[in-house]
Design a protein around this ligand. Structure first.
Ligand SMILES: [Fe+2]
Length: 324
């Protein structure tokens, strides 16, 4: 029995897993006629092995396979961060309603009923590949934004590692406060991209050792609005964008860019601001040395008294740091 067959074609790579060799070969032939590259697996474990070494665009899995079933394979694909966006089609018999329910629970994107019709299969493949390619493009857009944000951070040797720490501690503080997973993901992303708008701020202002003039300050403060504009087209950044715009607001309305007050500032933005303050104070900057943790919290609490920051979040961050 052939475990794997590769046929080179132009765009998509489709993984076909089925213990029935005739059925597998037939499906592979149809896909190859369309110009797709096909990888074949005779069971789920082989399919997972192939996924480790190949860039696959779509997986067609027979539900009934020995050793590892299609359902179990689908579950493994969807629970692995590297393959969770890979579309999976389960091939099942019409009578197996339970398989479909279990398949949906396992994260399957689509189902094809046996006996498989060529036209139906190719229609499903076409539509899922279209979605896959759009998802790939979105992923690339996110990658570009993250790379740009890290490139901006790298310009200033004093802020090295700031974004990663901000990402980690903002998410941890959000978790401590019981925020939902999508908000935690937004905090993780915002930690990296919050200052992306600095891309339009000249280096002479960005790295000026002394105090900024009022005009220079205006340019510097524009990074919040520019950052929002950069992130806005990305739907997956829906919860990140408000954090980017409002991470320099103050509770008493004296922050920028909008002078929001209290609860008008989203909780996620207030969380990032709190961590940002702390991290900025406890690391060396071009214009001053790092403060000790105690001095930083003493300074932040003075500013809490001025009505700038959220006392509960400052307490939460201090407790988080004490626990870690
Ligand atoms: Fe900022």
């Amino acid at each position: 029995m052939k475990k794997m067959l590769q046929s080179d074609t132009r765009s998509a790579c489709v993984l076909v897993a089925d213990d029935n060799e005739d059925q597998r070969e037939l499906i592979a032939e149809w896909l190859q006629q369309l110009g797709h590259r096909v990888l074949q697996a005779s069971d789920g474990d082989i399919a997972l092995e192939l996924l480790k070494d190949n860039e696959v665009d779509l997986a067609l899995l027979d539900v009934m396979m020995p050793i590892r079933t299609g359902l179990s394979t689908c579950e493994a694909i969807k629970s692995d961060a590297r393959t969770c966006l890979l579309p999976v089609v389960l091939v099942t018999t019409l009578q197996d309603v339970d398989d479909r329910i279990l398949g949906i629970e396992a994260g399957a994107d689509d189902f094809i009923t046996k006996p498989v019709s060529k036209d139906e299969l190719l229609a499903h493949v076409r539509s899922l590949l279209r979605i896959k390619f759009v998802t790939d493009e979105l992923e690339s857009a996110e990658t570009v934004i993250f790379s740009l944000a890290l490139a901006i951070e790298a310009k200033d040797p004093y802020t090295e590692g700031h974004c990663q720490r901000l990402s980690k501690y903002s998410e941890a503080l959000g978790k401590k406060l019981g925020l939902a997973d999508d908000q935690l993901l937004a905090l993780r992303r915002a930690g990296i991209v919050h200052d992306i708008g600095k891309v339009t701020v000249p280096d002479s202002i960005l790295m000026k050792p002394g105090p900024l003039t009022p005009e220079e300050r205006k340019v510097m403060e524009s990074h919040t609005v520019t950052g929002e504009k950069i992130c806005l087209p990305l739907k997956s950044f829906r919860l990140v964008t408000p954090i980017v715009r409002w991470h320099h607001e103050k509770l008493n309305g004296t922050g920028y860019p909008d002078g929001l007050k209290g609860d008008q500032i989203p909780l996620t933005a207030r969380i990032l601001t709190t961590v940002d303050l702390y991290d900025a104070m406890t690391t060396d900057r071009s214009y001053r040395k790092a403060m000790s943790i105690e001095d930083a919290f003493a300074q932040i609490r003075k500013e809490v008294d001025k009505g700038w920051w959220d006392a509960a979040l400052v307490d939460g961050l201090e407790a988080l740091l004490a626990d870690s």
